[in-house]
Design a protein around this ligand. Structure first.
Ligand SMILES: [Zn+2]
Length: 225
């Protein structure tokens, strides 16, 4: 049986085993080693701050740990697309710090922005749910994945932020309820995905108290932290 005929989860396990046998490297910088190297750990953001990009309509108070620059960007890609599931602990702890920065109290639940279903099937892993789970455990908050994706967003290439918000509108739905919610995601880019998540939650009766993500993409001309 060829490897590419295996289910994605098994395929990833085989890749991980091969890494162990053939040599591993830091997912942040590629230096040989068994985990994220000390250099990369030292370069990770050590606090939480409010997002710097201008707010989109409908977005609540929003906190991130830092900017989407290396090595954090490499770690996020490695976790999301390259099967480095062991990074969920490190990245989920960063997400927890952003949630804590909102001052989210007891009774608040974390709701992950839903990943694209086809992407989850391809990867065999729902990275957003995994990160929310780690952050929830760390803070003693429940995680409720009540958001789902309905129709696909139309093509975002070449659209400005407001046009992207329009393209996202109506793409998500939420189970009805009256939860006090912090929406969590890994990266805030334009904010249009998070804004759609907030819209869907409010439309189903929930109260959105904040948005937390590990990082936001740099604004144009911004060189990083
Ligand atoms: Zn490194």
């Amino acid at each position: 049986m060829k490897t590419n005929q295996l289910p994605p989860a098994i395929d990833r396990l085989i890749s991980a085993a091969a890494d162990l046998l053939l040599g591993a490297s830091c997912p942040g910088c590629g230096t040989p080693g068994w985990a994220v190297c000390q250099n990369c750990l030292a370069l990770l953001p050590d606090g939480a701050r409010r997002v710097r990009r201008p707010a989109l309509p409908g977005l609540p108070d929003a906190m991130v740990c830092g900017t989407y620059t290396e090595p954090l960007s490499r770690l996020l890609i490695s976790h999301k697309d390259e099967g480095s599931w062991q990074l969920a602990g490190l990245l989920g702890a960063l997400l927890a710090r952003a949630v804590a920065g909102l001052g989210a109290g007891p009774g608040v639940v974390l709701v992950p922005v839903p990943s694209d279903r086809a992407a989850v099937r391809r990867r065999g892993y729902d990275h957003a749910r995994a990160l929310a789970g780690v952050a929830g455990r760390e803070l003693g908050l429940a995680v409720r994945p009540v958001l789902g994706r309905g129709r696909a967003a139309s093509d975002q290439v070449g659209r400005n932020r407001l046009a992207r918000l329009d393209a996202q509108a109506g793409t998500m739905d939420a189970e009805p309820g009256s939860l006090a919610v912090v929406v969590v995601d890994d990266i805030i880019t334009t904010g249009s995905t998070a804004a759609e998540a907030c819209r869907a939650l409010r439309a189903s009766g929930h109260r959105v108290t904040g948005l937390a993500a590990i990082c936001e993409t740099p604004r144009w001309g911004e060189s990083g932290e």
